[in-house]
Design a protein around this ligand. Structure first.
Ligand code: ZN
Length: 362
């Protein structure tokens, strides 16, 4: 990474590592994209009245750029930076097939535009998050969402179905990669689950449907792991997991891991998801987290690990959700002090309130 990297460039660059699998499909994909743009431009130009010369000229200029990109593709020079002749980041080409400069050689105007885009993306993303403190019936929920950069690839949501009789649907996931590409997939998951959950599907079916839609709409090589659950009014919990890290069930008996019941979303359109059931007594909780928490590393390079998270959680049964989450994240912070937060961190606690400790004005 270049010393002079701005935060915006770093964030854009962080989208790169997961695109290896994408590499094989993008050449035909990009050519296809260019052809589509060429057809659209030609159609638009022919529809402009002959009196509107400036509009025609602007589109003709774009058409010229598209033609030149196709030509470079034929000559084998497409995707090469005009300034340094190094390869241009693949996901930037997917987003805009006309890009001609790598991230290191953006003009200062382009650099500023990138910063503005990221700032906006970050605002959009924050706007999609549910309120960090939620309650429904006996359930008390709190989460903390900490992106490693300007935008995050973590996904978290709480849905209260209109006819759900006090049910809460909770979701927490992690999209492959980091940066802008991951944050876009996160917003995609958000819209998909909001829409699907209004149909009132059984949990396993909900995940199967979401997976099929995700497969249809993502580029090869992009996945999401995710835990999806429903908390019912009498303490019953249903939980289904698409390749995500285990959820921790914290009860008087100790901490039990509820593991994954299926493959990550976006891998195979035919994936099936089974549903696990559990029952939470008043005072019991369910802790969900992303790998940015369990894989936070100490300066020695050693990972924090699920075991440490679980051991600390066992000591915190009965603590209010907000304090529970804050204390857990403080542990992680202390463990990894002196190192940079490498990955997005999200931690969510779903607690069945202990009526004996709930005051009248609670
Ligand atoms: Zn360059």
């Amino acid at each position: 990474m270049a010393e002079s990297d701005s935060l915006a460039t770093q964030t854009a660059r962080a989208s790169q590592p997961e695109t290896k699998i994408v590499a094989h499909v993008t050449d035909t994909y990009l050519r296809d994209q260019l052809e589509k743009r060429r057809n659209a431009l030609q159609a638009a130009i022919s529809a402009i009245p002959p009196t509107d010369a400036p509009a025609t000229a602007a589109l003709a200029e774009l058409l010229q750029e598209v033609n030149s990109a196709v030509q470079r593709m034929d000559q084998g020079t497409y995707g090469i930076c005009d300034a340094c002749h190094d390869t241009i980041e693949k996901d930037r080409l997917i987003a805009d097939p006309l890009v001609r400069l790598c991230l290191d050689h953006l003009t200062s105007a382009e650099q500023r535009a990138l910063e503005r885009d990221l700032e906006l993306a970050s605002r959009v993303q924050r706007g999609l998050l549910p309120h960090p403190d939620a309650r429904s019936g006996d359930w008390r929920i709190h989460y903390q969402y900490r992106p490693a950069g300007i935008v995050s690839g973590d996904y978290c949501d709480l849905i209260f179905p209109a006819n759900g009789d006090g049910d809460v649907i909770f979701l927490l996931g992690d999209v492959s990669g980091k940066g802008v590409a991951a944050s876009l997939l996160m917003t995609h998951l958000h819209a998909m689950f909001r829409t699907l959950s209004s149909v009132g599907l059984e949990l396993g079916r909900l995940l199967e449907m979401a997976n099929r839609l995700f497969c249809d709409s993502t580029i090869a090589g992009q996945f999401a792991t995710l835990v999806c659950g429903r908390a019912g009014r009498a303490g019953e919990i249903e939980i289904s997991s698409a390749g995500h890290l285990p959820a921790l069930l914290i009860s008087r008996q100790g901490v039990e891991e509820i593991g994954s019941t299926g493959l990550p979303l976006g891998m195979f359109s035919s994936s099936r998801y089974t549903v696990r059931k559990a029952y939470l007594e008043p005072g019991d909780s369910l802790l969900l987290f992303t790998d940015g928490v369990s894989e936070a590393t100490a300066s020695s390079g050693k990972e924090y690990g699920i075991r440490n998270l679980s051991l600390a959680a066992a000591q915190r049964r009965g603590l209010a959700p907000k304090e529970f989450v804050a204390a857990s994240l403080e542990d992680v912070e202390r463990y990894s002090s002196g190192t940079r937060q490498a990955d997005d961190q999200t931690l969510m606690l779903i607690q069945r309130a202990d009526s004996s400790s709930t005051s009248f004005n609670d």
